[in-house]
Design a protein around this ligand. Structure first.
Ligand code: PLP
Length: 306
């Protein structure tokens, strides 16, 4: 990127994409993936953000932190925008096989066809080899339009020292090996059952609302009702850690303008997750009760007048 050039990044985002843009002298411009729209982007809004400085658009599908899985029709519209404005497509599909309840994942590159697209993935999610530091990027699109970029990538990788060579041998074994993730995402499977525990806990809580995640390893609930009055996600995360020994990530860490969401991962056992949400609900109940005790200013004034 040249200084000041822009990259369209989803909000919420996986913050590495904002960081990568900023570290390359660019400016992230956020497109909304609103909870009321199932955390899907609105293509009209996305196109409205394109300027003469826009160079690329980032898609994260399936999404961290929301669990949204993008339908084909939406992806087609986003590709059309990239074509119209000559934007590079950067698509993070690291959760491509972490899907629930029959959700269908559509890879972007075949839809983009001859348009330049870089697909990112790795071993840390579907193959659960996080810590091995092994990932990859697949460059697709007409060779004439991507050759310079490919050469630059070659040069860059030649300049870097100590790629994880041993770890790279694991890639072929993993991607050509048996499917070990589908079972975990199906009824009775570890991830499925934890997700079920989260979905049920949010449905039973008067303080929480959840857009049910269709993929990935997270849930991104919001706080509603009396507990939401004056709610601050960072303050709540700290309070929850200190009073209930539960660690969550505040929603605004994912570059959203609102502060009433938080993220949990689906990695603990379902039973543990049930207990986690009992504690979250207890903390939110305390907040709701405290909010109820605060006398609204108008009522206070009336009181004084009487
Ligand atoms: C959307 C997304 N992309 C990429 C990564 C990076 O994964 P890793 O650094 O483990 O390869 C993560 C990890 O959480 C992620 O959520």
């Amino acid at each position: 990127l040249n200084p000041g050039e822009e990259v369209l990044v989803p909000s919420p985002d996986y913050p590495l994409w904002s960081a990568a843009t900023i570290l390359n002298d660019g400016r992230p411009v956020y497109y909304r993936c609103a909870p009321e729209n199932g955390f899907l982007p609105d293509p009209v809004e996305v196109e409205g953000l394109v300027s003469s400085r826009t160079r690329a658009i980032v898609l994260i599908n399936p999404n961290n932190p929301t669990g949204a899985v993008y339908p084909r029709e939406l992806l087609e519209k986003l590709v059309a925008i990239a074509r119209r404005h000559n934007l590079l497509l950067l698509v993070d599909e690291i959760y491509d096989q972490v899907l629930y309840d029959g959700a269908k994942f559509e890879p972007l590159a075949p839809i983009a066809d001859d348009h330049p697209c870089i697909t990112f993935s790795g071993l840390s999610k579907v193959h659960r080899a996080c810590g091995w530091r092994v990932g990859w990027a697949i460059l697709t699109g007409t060779a004439a339009r991507t050759t310079d970029y490919r050469n630059a990538l070659d040069l860059l990788s030649g300049l870097r020292l100590c790629a994880n060579v041993a770890g790279q041998y694991a890639i072929a074994a993993a991607v050509n090996g048996p499917d070990t993730i589908s079972e975990l995402c199906s009824p009775g499977g570890r991830l499925y059952e934890t997700r079920r525990a989260v979905v049920e806990a949010c449905a039973a809580s008067e303080h929480l609302r959840l857009v049910v995640p269709q993929g990935a390893l997270y849930a991104f609930p919001s706080v509603i009702g009396a507990a939401a009055r004056g709610f601050d996600d960072h303050q709540f995360a700290l309070e929850l850690l200190e009073t209930e020994n539960v660690l969550i990530v505040p929603g605004s860490s994912f570059n959203v303008p609102y502060r009433d969401h938080f993220r949990v991962t689906l990695l603990p056992q379902a039973q543990v997750m049930g207990e986690v949400f009992t504690r979250i609900d207890r903390a939110l109940g305390r907040r709701a009760e405290a909010a109820g005790k605060v006398v609204p200013i108008q009522a206070k004034a009336r009181h004084a007048a009487a």
